[in-house]
Design a protein around this ligand. Structure first.
Ligand code: FES
Ligand SMILES: [Fe+2]
Length: 354
């Protein structure tokens, strides 16, 4: 179950160079390569002659020559040469996918060309603000379905139990989660007031006493999550709209569904503290790696269980409203694409996490 009319992340900008690279998104194999600092090309990775992957061919300028009999395709996927004959058959082409590089992230449009809209590419004002430090992390490979991975990213309740040394602690175990599913972005959040700082903020907050801590999980359908979390000294009695006055960090997760059982989660962070301090970036990366390895262990264990015959349906708890609505929306969006998609609403290109 995939939503096709969406921009998915094919990689960080740094992952693409002159070389032909095979990338798989929504079970489609693509050959991708860079032709200049701002432009990455994506073509179907399958020669229309004998199905040879074009990623095993070679570049001739900006074109690709198939490694089997030399048919050559340009950046638009049109065949420009068939060795040994003059005419080029009408069916000699490969599909070309729209690709856009923005904020050093390479996005690919997997749906109908007529529906493609660059205004839908994910963006946040913090990407280009001198008050924020942007840092790309890793590509986490999970043997798990992307819906389960996304559910985990609209689920603040697991943090107390899965990430006890970094992002959570016991103080939050019984704090209820609020969920807002009215808007286009699903939001789940909670505040833990007057508690010990968690490991992450003991390290990066310089707090002496108790803090107010927040966790806002924004899920941008179909596959991008922004986790806004932070802490502030209790004495500030911070209001919801004053989070910028605390130590505030956005952890962004760009999920690329490779197939039904494999997802790549490219994560990065944007923070309002330790600006231009690369050693802080590395230390944060190290803590995130600990936390996300904990998520990976959970999600891969669940995937194994899901493959087994099921005797009864999983139960749903009060904390599951976000994940439940998420799955329903994905199903509706995928269904909608198979019927009438002409009236798709246009979102603004900037997303504010108020
Ligand atoms: S398989 Fe590509 S040219 Fe024959
Ligand atoms: Fe987690």
């Amino acid at each position: 179950m995939y939503v096709r009319n969406a921009w998915y992340v094919a990689g960080w900008a740094s992952e693409f160079d002159d070389n032909l690279k095979r990338v798989t998104v929504l079970e489609e194999h693509l050959v991708m390569y860079r032709i200049d600092a701002h432009t990455v090309i994506a073509l179907e990775d399958r020669c229309p002659h004998r199905l040879m992957p074009l990623s095993k061919g070679k570049r001739i300028g900006n074109d690709i020559q198939c490694g089997y009999h030399g048919m050559t395709f340009n950046c638009e996927g049109a065949c420009v040469r068939v060795p040994g004959q003059e005419n080029i058959p009408a069916s000699a082409f490969v599909h070309a996918y729209p690709v856009k590089q923005k904020n050093d992230i390479v996005f690919i449009w997997m749906g109908d060309h007529e529906q493609m809209n660059e205004d839908l590419i994910f963006d946040m004002p913090e990407f280009n603000s001198e008050n924020w430090h942007v840092h790309q992390g890793d590509a986490l490979h999970l043997k798990a379905n992307y819906l389960n991975v996304a559910e985990n990213l609209v689920d603040p309740a697991h943090v107390s139990f899965v990430h006890p040394t970094t992002l959570g602690n016991a103080a939050s175990e019984n704090v209820p989660v609020h969920v807002d599913t009215q808007g286009e972005v699903l939001v789940a959040w909670r505040w833990i007031r007057n508690a010990e700082p968690v490991g992450f903020f003991q390290k990066f907050g310089n707090f002496n006493g108790h803090v107010d801590r927040w966790h806002y999980y924004y899920l941008h359908l179909p596959s991008i999550a922004v986790i806004d979390f932070g802490s502030a000294a209790v004495e500030l009695n911070l209001k919801e709209e004053e989070r910028d006055h605390g130590v505030r960090i956005f952890a962004l997760h760009f999920l690329t569904p490779v197939n039904q059982h494999y997802t790549i989660d490219r994560w990065m962070h944007i923070r309002n503290t330790a600006l231009n301090d690369e050693s802080a970036s590395e230390q944060m990366d190290a803590m995130f790696r600990v936390a996300f390895a904990e998520d990976k262990a959970i999600l891969e264990a669940i995937e194994e269980q899901e493959k087994l015959p099921q005797k009864r349906k999983p139960i749903r708890l009060a904390i599951d409203k976000g994940p439940t609505v998420y799955r329903r929306r994905i199903r509706d969006m995928a269904d909608q694409e198979n019927t009438d998609v002409a009236d798709e609403p246009v979102r603004s290109s900037f997303i504010y996490h108020e």
